[in-house]
Ligand binder design. Structure first.
Ligand code: FES
Ligand SMILES: [Fe+2]
Length: 374
């Protein structure tokens, strides 16, 4: 269902403070918080004592205190305090997730921590590069994450749902070139001698025909970088008015996802009014996308299991990306199955050859002061 061995954007840097913040990623509950040294941390959002969400508690002395009975956990997930007793039960600990903060985004690795490599986090330097002017947005969308990926890989929808903003009638008339390198799928569309899109035509201060281009790079499974812009007819792309859009898609569960977005431009960089106008215009664009995707999700919910998408030439990138995503999910599932089988065999061997389904004693005797009844 999900790819876990990857980094997902969990929050904006500004959202992670000395107050616990709850997030769900791939159905995993997380609590995020920041310690006094400025570092961000992520723990499993479930108290080891009796399962209460830690995000309902508070941060005390760089630890998260459960709001129910006061168990307290440090950044390493170990319990540092159990009110009323000095002994700390061995099992009183919660899981931790690797966290990396970069260019205003908090990335969390949801898979095997041994494989968490920060060099796998995509380039997002446009967020705070003085040569670029960024506009940021994020929103939760009531749809599966896959629909956002498809939406970004097939930008012909701009001709339909973004008519007044970044769309134009002509987009779907141009074909795409699709390339795959490793787990990255690139979909490039070149539109020679056309008008610039309505939303940023004025910001660019231009009129008349230009060459327009889009190239979506999907780093499967979680991030798209859109290299887009316009340039004088016949001139190299890098000489034009350039836009870099970073899109981080974080699954919440089967029906919901987070969408983190930054639109950075290399023109009118100091024009504050242009930035304000784009903030409003791009918020409209994202609402238009959310409207389409939530409706699509509604349509898909009624679709019989034996009915499938009818993919066309414009969906070349969609098809290739789905193949990579499915392969990543299947590989993780195979690994998880093999691990489960091995641990079941070990358990049988340890019990002298008889599998046991009995629960282990939930009371940690070392935790109880002598003579105390539970
Ligand atoms: S459930 Fe957290 S301290 Fe009891
Ligand atoms: Fe869109």
């Amino acid at each position: 269902m999900y790819v876990y061995n990857t980094w997902y954007v969990a929050a904006w840097s500004s959202e992670v403070t000395d107050k616990p913040t709850a997030r769900t990623i791939c159905e995993l509950p997380l609590v995020l918080f920041r310690t006094q040294d400025g570092e961000a941390h992520a723990l499993v959002d479930r108290c080891a004592h009796r399962g209460f969400p830690l995000s309902e508690g508070r941060v005390v002395n760089d630890s998260v205190e459960c709001a129910y009975h006061g168990f307290t956990y440090g950044r390493d997930g170990r319990c540092t305090r159990v009110p009323g007793q000095t002994a700390l039960p061995d099992r009183a600990r919660v899981g931790t997730y690797p966290v990396y903060e970069k260019d205003g985004w908090i990335w969390v690795y949801t898979g095997d921590p041994e494989r968490a490599d920060i060099s796998d986090i995509p380039d997002t330097h446009w967020h705070n590069d003085p040569e670029w002017a960024p506009v940021f947005h994020s929103l939760g969308i009531n749809c599966r994450a896959e629909l956002v990926h498809d939406n970004l890989l097939d930008l012909t929808h701009e001709s339909w749902i973004h008519q007044t903003t970044v769309g134009d009638d002509y987009i779907y008339e141009y074909g795409v070139t699709v390339e795959v390198e490793g787990n990255t799928v690139s979909v490039d569309r070149f539109m020679p001698s056309v008008e610039a899109p309505p939303l940023y035509k004025d910001t660019m201060g231009i009129s008349g025909p230009y060459d327009r281009f889009h190239c979506t790079e999907f780093h499967v499974p979680n991030h798209h970088t859109l290299h887009s812009g316009i340039t004088a007819e016949g001139q190299p792309r890098e000489d034009g008015y350039l836009i870099k859009v970073t899109n981080a898609i974080t699954p919440i569960d089967a029906d919901h996802c987070w969408y983190y977005y930054c639109f950075a431009r290399n023109f009118a960089v100091d024009d504050e009014q242009a930035t304000k106008d784009l903030e409003v215009g791009l918020a409209t664009v994202l609402k238009e996308d959310a409207w389409a995707l939530e409706n699509q999700e509604r349509g898909l919910k009624t679709r019989p299991a034996d009915e499938f998408d009818v993919l066309i030439a414009q969906d070349g990138g969609v098809a290739k990306a789905r193949r990579i995503m499915n392969a990543l999910i299947r590989a993780e599932q195979r690994e998880a199955d093999a691990k489960r089988e091995a641990s079941e065999k070990n358990a049988v061997a340890a019990s002298g050859g008889t599998a046991s389904t009995a629960n282990t004693d939930p009371v940690d005797s070392a935790a109880q002061p002598a003579g105390q009844e539970v």
